[in-house]
Write a protein that binds this ligand. Structure first.
Ligand code: ADP
Ligand code: ZN
Length: 699
């Protein structure tokens, strides 16, 4: 059975290996035992019931509350040649009859059913079907303790009782202990085997940026997306207005962005969502309403423009990035104003204590000075033994120093103004700024005026946040947000209270080398990736399905780097099933061959000019290419046995240096290690020439 499961994984889904617990889960389901699966979004839950469905004789019923997702999943299955259908309120009567008869004739292996249709169907036509497995997706919806209770799910118990011999598998991406127990009880799972996967999503980088002034923040965000021109991303905003403004701003700079929130008309929302799924719009600026019903695997980044309300929500939202496992970036921006606004929201409603507590847990995360992933996972009762290395704290650990003097200066400014000032005024006093407000209130005369001149405004903001978080000050929300000195603050100011602060670091958001991405030169693999995306987009438009139903980005990326040009190599690429190869293999192979040809031609073009006797500089000028590129062409020609004299470009001493470096580095792949090894003394083109001569000899 397991052998068969592996074959299906490869043939029908195009994957070589199961992920951590998939195999065990499938085995359990196939042994007819009830199962509860907790796995993060993107973990690969679907395969856990889809493969058993294909290995069973009868029908597998999948209960799912998200109608929009249903259609997507069914399309994805059909694209792999699997007979699946959905049955929900979106169907016409004729369509309903059609599906009913297909199911009863055994033509459908997987039926996605909405909970609304569950009981009416089981009481009628579905009672004649031979059901061999039931999967309950988003199983937390059955519990009042979960965050998304759906009353229709209450009917599951009846369904379960009716099918007492059929194994049930319940799956969810979020469930604490209480909810977990409740799921088992509410559905009536019989001694289920419970699988809890790690919630660690290693491919998501985590970064938090505090108190960046709005203008600067916008600049950073624009720069960030400018470096990622063709990538999809989501910016979560606190308010509708914030989302609209953000989208407007980005569009103004020529980026492909749209806003999405509950204030838009329903049809407009559907349109925005569709455009995003089909890669027509790259960036969505959304309130939290966005994302529930989408299953887009190639979201490359998520930015939070404001502090989220709680860690659950934050985790779910960043989880929408990188579902295909490809490294993806997440950044959280927040400032103290967010905190105030959210606090006011929370204080208004019922359960306000819980909400405020959750908000403070979120703040603790944002303020963390230790590995963020550890904090995040510990929130979900998971212990990460080592620091993750993929969060901003790990990459750039804070350095602490004795902050007593800084704190005393700030405290003194507040004390001498009778605790009637807010943060900005405090900083202005400390920096001795000559603003009107200060003069009107006579603050230029207090002793503390100007004692913090040597520290920049931004750094003072950094310190103020820490002073607040560490409880030196409190904010009096009901007194125009003025700062009040706490008991602890008094001890720091007047007694022997101590305080540690962190040195402000300007964590550059920019990754190295990615300066002006709009004009960034793509590497050949990236270039091919873009070509393949075009090919995929054309197919998607023709077949009227989202692009990722054809192939995920991860698959195209692998294709771009491996450049398969025959069936065997193509099938070795992750995510290419047999049926997808049959449908699209040729088209993609043609595109790759054409691409290879065009690359070849550029080398040939250089060759022609070289044969005419042009110098390297002349060839550069004629072809409008960089010198580096021309040298790479000449080296390739030489290596392939053409009559090109590259020896002339390097002296014997230089060649000896390259040979010496090669003894150490032992690798022809990348020039950078050579450049470094040789103390930047030999230009790249000479290293390339030297290595080519060496490699040719070894050939
Ligand atoms: P979930 O339902 O848990 O959010 P999915 O079932 O949609 O996640 O799977 C997420 C992504 O991972 C999909 O693109 C899926 O094709 C892919 N995937 C699932 N299992 C594997 C596997 N064994 N190897 C590679 N990719 C996989
Ligand atoms: Zn970390």
């Amino acid at each position: 059975m397991l052998q068969q499961a592996r074959e299906i994984l490869k043939d029908s889904f195009g994957y070589d290996t199961f992920r951590d617990q998939q195999e065990e889960i499938i085995q359990t389901v196939l042994s007819s035992q009830d199962t509860l699966v907790l796995m993060p979004t993107g973990g690969g839950k679907s395969i856990c019931f889809q493969i058993p469905a294909l290995l069973s004789n009868g029908l597998t019923v999948v209960i799912s509350p998200l109608i929009s997702l249903m259609k997507d999943q069914v399309e994805a299955l059909r694209a792999n040649g699997i007979n699946a259908a959905f049955y929900n309120s979106s169907l016409s009567e004729i369509e309903e009859r059609e599906i009913e008869s297909d199911v009863l004739s055994g033509g459908i292996k997987l039926l996605y059913l909405s909970p609304e249709k569950l009981i009416s169907s089981t009481n009628s036509w579905l009672s004649n079907a031979k059901i061999s497995l039931v999967a309950v997706d988003e199983a937390h919806c059955v519990s009042m303790w979960g965050h998304d209770f759906r009353p229709e799910y209450a009917q599951l118990k009846e369904f379960r009782d009716r099918l007492s011999d059929v194994p049930f598998i319940a799956l969810t991406a979020t469930a604490d202990k209480t909810t977990r127990k409740d799921i088992i009880k509410q559905i009536g799972l019989k001694q289920p085997k419970v699988f809890i996967s790690s919630f660690n999503r290693e491919n998501l980088s985590l970064e938090v940026r505090a108190n960046i002034p709005k203008k600067e923040k916008m600049k950073e965000i624009r720069q960030f997306i400018g470096d990622r021109i063709n990538e999809s991303g989501i910016i979560y905003c606190l308010s509708r207005k914030g989302a609209d403004e953000m989208a407007q701003d980005l569009k103004g700079y020529g980026y492909s962005a749209a806003s999405y929130h509950a204030g838009l008309a329903a049809n407009k929302r559907v349109k925005v969502q569709e455009n995003f799924i089909n890669d027509k719009t790259n960036i969505i600026c959304a309130t939290i309403a966005f994302g529930m019903g989408i299953d887009k695997s190639n979201v490359r980044w998520v930015i939070h423009n404001n502090l989220p309300k709680n860690i659950e929500g934050y985790y779910q939202e960043i989880g929408r990035a990188g579902r295909d496992g490809v490294p993806s970036t997440t950044i959280l921006y927040y400032n103290l104003r967010d905190l105030m606004v959210l606090k006011r929201f929370a204080e208004g409603g019922a359960k306000s204590e819980v909400y405020i507590d959750k908000l403070y847990r979120m703040l603790n995360y944002a303020e963390a000075t230790s590995c963020r992933r550890k904090i995040l996972l510990s929130y979900f009762s998971e212990h990460l033994p080592e620091n993750c290395g993929n969060c901003d704290v790990c990459k750039n650990p804070p350095t602490f120093f004795d902050g007593k003097i800084i704190a005393q200066k700030a405290l003194s400014a507040c004390h001498r103004t009778k605790q009637k000032i807010g943060t900005n005024m405090m900083i202005n006093i400390l920096r001795g700024s000559a603003n009107q407000d200060i003069y009107q209130r006579g603050f230029q005369n207090i002793k503390t005026y100007g004692v913090g001149k040597d520290v920049s405004f931004k750094d003072w903001q950094h310190y103020s946040t820490q002073l607040l978080n560490q409880g030196v000050f409190e904010i009096a929300y009901d007194e125009s947000f003025t700062l009040k000195i706490t008991e602890y603050g008094r001890s720091v100011l007047f007694e022997d209270g101590t305080i540690q602060l962190t040195i402000p670091t300007d964590k550059p958001i920019k990754e190295k080398g990615a300066k002006k991405a709009s004009k960034k030169k793509l590497s050949p693999d990236e270039e091919l990736f873009e070509v393949l995306r075009e090919v995929r987009r054309d197919i998607a438009v023709k077949e009227k399905v989202p692009a990722y139903i054809i192939f995920h980005d991860a698959t195209l990326k692998e294709m771009a780097s491996e450049k398969p040009t025959n069936q065997l190599d193509m099938l070795a690429v992750q995510g290419i099933s047999v049926i997808k190869y049959d449908k699209y293999g040729k088209t993609f192979i043609n595109a790759i061959e054409e691409f290879n040809q065009s690359k070849l031609n550029t080398v040939e073009a250089t060759h022609e000019l070289y044969k005419k006797g042009l110098t390297v500089d002349e060839i550069c000028f004629t072809r409008e290419l960089k010198q580096e590129t021309i040298f790479s062409h000449l080296c390739k020609l030489y290596f392939d046995g053409e009559k090109v004299d590259i020896q002339q470009f390097i002296t014997q001493a230089e060649q000896a240096a390259v040979i010496k470096a090669h003894k150490k580095i032992q690798d022809f792949k990348s020039l950078k290690p050579y450049f470094d090894f040789l103390d930047s003394k030999l230009p790249y083109y000479k290293i390339r020439v030297g290595l080519t001569l060496l490699a040719k000899k070894a050939k």
